[in-house]
Design a protein around this ligand. Sequence first.
Ligand code: ADP
Ligand code: MG
Length: 466
Amino acid sequence: MDNLQAYPQLVPVFQDIENIIGKDTYDMWLRPAAFEYAGTTLTISLPNQFWGKTIRERYQHIITDAFLKHLGAEITIVYQVAQQEPAPAVTSAKDVIAAAPEYFSQPAKPTAAPSAAPASEPFPSNLIPSFTFENFIEAPSNRFAYKAAEAAATNLGNRANNPLFIYSSPGLGKTHLMHAIGNKILQDNPNAQVLYMSGEEFVSEYIKALTNKSHDSFRQKCRTLDCFLVDDIQFIVGKAASEEEFFHTFNALFDKNKQIVFSSDRTPQQLELEERLSSRLLSGLPTEIKKPNLETRIAILRQKRNSIHVDIGDDVLSFIAEGVQTNVRELEGSLLRLVAYCRMQGVTPTISIAKELLADILVSGNDLSINVNAIKKVVGKRFSIKMEDFNSKRKTQSIAWPRQIAMYLTTELTDMSLPEIGREFNRDHSTVVHARDVVKEKVDADPFFAAEINQLILDIKAVDNK
Ligand code: ADP
Ligand code: MG
């Protein structure tokens, strides 16, 4: 933890944060940061604004929890963009600057050596290497945008995909796809000039350029690109001078057949662009990302689970996927919150913990209190056994196995204690523990069985809903 040399007391805090979010994620987001800690304020210096936004949205609560846990301190976090010339007092800011080019300009290929970055690159591309096509789950809701993005990245400037406009409601993958385009272009050609910017950054850089009288170099930078990725373009709309500048930038690039990709959380109709701008900007390919269906949400959570190497069952993932329906960012955030909580408590994630912890986010379908009779009814129907078989002493496998499944589901879906569950099945609590463990083991080991359990859970909820 080189960036903590000045603050040895923070090493265990950040060690804990690393344990919670996983080494890869920590290396990606927090290792390149510089920290200053004074009073109860933690200042985090980062390579760009986007970085700070991501940390704030995804990891801030984990950082503040860890400070509270280790130092008893309720901290305030201040984010700042690291200066090109680091102030001498912040010794570790050097690390940020040194690490930044790798993070910016490297294709997200594990094999690429840092020296592969083009030495002549005059400015960072602002790309986040972890947003790639490979880790974007392609699904019916985003297939068109995904394919168009891939085509734009491999066939730069082709009229069929140029300009490419991706729109959707927030949190559905626009930014991810834009970075994926940039990363793919640099992977194929490390000398390509690619720049990612949010609309907000475009406006503020433009204003800065006007104030500093560096307008020409700003122009030069934007108009000599091979690919310009402008995210959340709605920020430019209505700001007359910036809109004008963007229009000219657009024309300069477009006339040279350079690739332009932009995004918005508004539809083309809602964007309210000036007439001449809209006729040019929307002349290419507007593509929408829709809300993901349940299967896609589960697939995204599984991929996230694998990337952060956590031990969390498919049943719990399905539960989250069902409860968080509209926004992938929130979906991922819920998973991270659950993982962080369980790591801190030293427990394995379960549906009941998820239910309690995420109560404020999950849609109401998950707030139902499920009763044991609904579980018996659904499991009984599925395995063709009678209600009374669950409580009988019969031990034949065709009855014992569904009974164990019902006990497992009761531990997962209700708040009942183990002895209470035992009484419901005419057994003692150690039998419930055994049933829970064997079924859980199979859920973890066998994806087909996990899918079957998930279906049972859906059916149980449907019964309870009536
Ligand atoms: P937007 O820009 O539309 O608001 P983002 O691109 O920031 O959304 O996506 C929010 C989060 O969800 C990101 O962490 C992103 O990686 C993830 N995400 C969205 N869609 C997918 C997908 N199809 N596969 C994998 N991750 C996704
Ligand atoms: Mg975005």
